[in-house]
Design a binder for this molecule. Sequence first.
Ligand code: ATP
Ligand code: MG
Length: 541
Amino acid sequence: MAEATNFIEQIVESDLESGKVTVIQTRFPPEPNGYLHIGHAKSMFVNFGTALKYGGKCNLFFDDTNPSKEKTEFVDAIRADIRWLGYEWARECYASDFFDTIYEYAEKLIMDGKAFVCDLSAEEIKNTRGTLTEPGQESPYRNRSVEENLRLFREMKAGKYADGEKCLRAKIDMASPNVNMRDPVIYRILHMSHHRTGDKWCIYPMYDYAHPICDYLQGVTHSLCTLEFEDHRPLYDWVGINLGFDPKPRQIEFARLNITNLVMSKRYLKKLVEEGSVHGWDDPRMPTLAGLRNRGVPAAAIRDFCERAGVTKANSECEIGYFEAVIRDYLNARAPRAMAVLDPLKLVITNYEGGEDVDFDVNPLEPETGTRKVHFSGELYIDRSDFSLDPPPKYHRLKLGGNVRLKSAYIIRADEAVKDENGNVVEVRCTYFPESRSGSDTSGIKAKGVIHWVDASTAVDAVVKQYDHLLNDADYAGQDFNERLNRDSEHLFSAKAEPYLAEVPEGSDFQLLRVGYYKTCRDGDKLCLSEVVSLKDNFNK
Ligand code: ATP
Ligand code: MG
C-alpha cells in the first residue's frame, strides 16, 4: 500500500486495512457561484489526490442548493479548471440531482417526529438560538403533530407560502452546547428559478442537511472538507444516524490554504472583477486557476505546491514567496531560455562587420536540450540598466573602458557614450575582441560580467507585462480588503525581443535571461511577454 504522508491518508489506510472500506470514494464539492482559486486546488489535491493514491474514485459534486447565486457559466469554468489542473472525476453530479430524495428524507424525518415546520421568521429563529453560554428557546411550533407537519411541509412544497413564512427544522436539542444542533433549519422557502431544476421547486434544502445525504447517495466513504465545518460534523452525523445510513460517510476536516498577499474568498474576487480592478476572472494577477493558467503557471507546479504545503489540522498562512519559489524551481528546471531587453539601449560595435549566428543554450540545466542559433551583429540592444556612466564600486556590467561578455558571444569594451541634446545616453560604442567568442575563447581577456542582448536588425518589438501582488501585505487583518488593494500592480514596458519569441506557440513559458520567467502571448499582432514569476527569490533570503 502507498505510504501515508498526512493524517487523512492515515485514516484512509487504517479504514482499508481494517476492511471497514474496500474502495475509497471522495468528492470535490464546489458551489458553482464563482471561479475556482488556488485554495480549491488544495481541496482537489486532497480529494482527488487521496482517491488516486489509494486506487479509489473522486466525484465532481456541484453543491447547487442555493439557487440565487449559481450559474451554468461557473459550472463550465469549474470543469475546465479541474481538467487543466490534471484531475478527472469518476462521476459528475449535482445536489439538485438528489432533490427528490432529499425531500423524501425530510418527510421521513417528519414522520419519525424528528423535524417540524416552524413559523418563526429567520430573525426570530436567530434571536432564540441562544449563545455559546446560554441555551436557546424552543420554538412554539416544535410540538406540532406529525400529521400537521406533513400537511404544512407539503403545502410549502406546493407553493402555498411566501419566502420566509415557514421553514422546516430538525428537532434536535435547543440546549446543545453546539449551536448548530439547536433545531437547525433544514428547508427554506425560496420562490426562485434554479439553474438546473427551473421552477420545479420553491423550497430548497440547507447545505448542512443536504450534504450528508448527497455524500451517502454517491457512496462517499470519506467526506473531506475544511476546518470551518468541524462544528457542523455533529449535524452531519445526526443526519446520517437518523436516516439510517449504512455505511455512514465519515467527514474529516483539514486546514484551509491561506497565502499572504492573496485573498481566496470568491465574494471578494467577484468584487474585484465587477469593480474593474482587474481585467476579469482570468486576470494574471488573480489567484483563480483561470488567472494562474493565464499567467503561465504550469498546473504541475500548483499540484507540487499543494503537496509541499502539506495537509494539516491547524490553520496557518503560507508565504506567497514560498508559492513563487515552487513555481520558479519548476520553471528553472524546464523552461527554455531566451533574450529580451526591457529598456533598450543601442550598442554599436565599431570594429565588427556583417553578422553571424552564435550558439545559445536552450536550458543549461538540461544539457540534452542542446543549443539554438541566435543572430549576432555589430548593432545590438542591451538593457539600459546594464550600462553606467557613473558605476558604483564592483560594478561588473558595462562601463566606459570596462569589459563585459555578451552572453554566448564576445567580450566587448565600451569606448564612448553618445548623448542626445538632453544629455541622455542614446548609444554606446564599443570594440569587440574577435578571439573571445564563447566556446572558443583564446583571447586571454577577462570580463567579470555577462549581459544579455538582442540583435537590432532582427529584433521584434514586444510589450512586456510585469506584475506586483494585487494585495499589499497581510498585516491588515480586520481591515477592508479595499485598503489592501494595490492599485498599481501592472507595469508595461516597450521591449525588444529575439524574433524567435514571436515564432514559438503562444502560451510558451521562457526564462528571459536575467529578467524572469515569462509567457508568450499576443496583443493583436504584437508580441507580448507576460511575467509568470520574477527571478528574484524573496523567500529563501
Ligand atoms: P469561498 O470562501 O472562496 O467562496 P467556499 O469554501 O465557499 O470558498 P466552495 O465552492 O464551497 O467554496 O468550495 C469547494 C471546496 O473547496 C470546499 O470543500 C471547500 O472547503 C474547499 N476550499 C475552499 N477554499 C479553500 C481553501 N482556501 N483551502 C482549502 N480548501 C478550500
Ligand atoms: Mg461555499
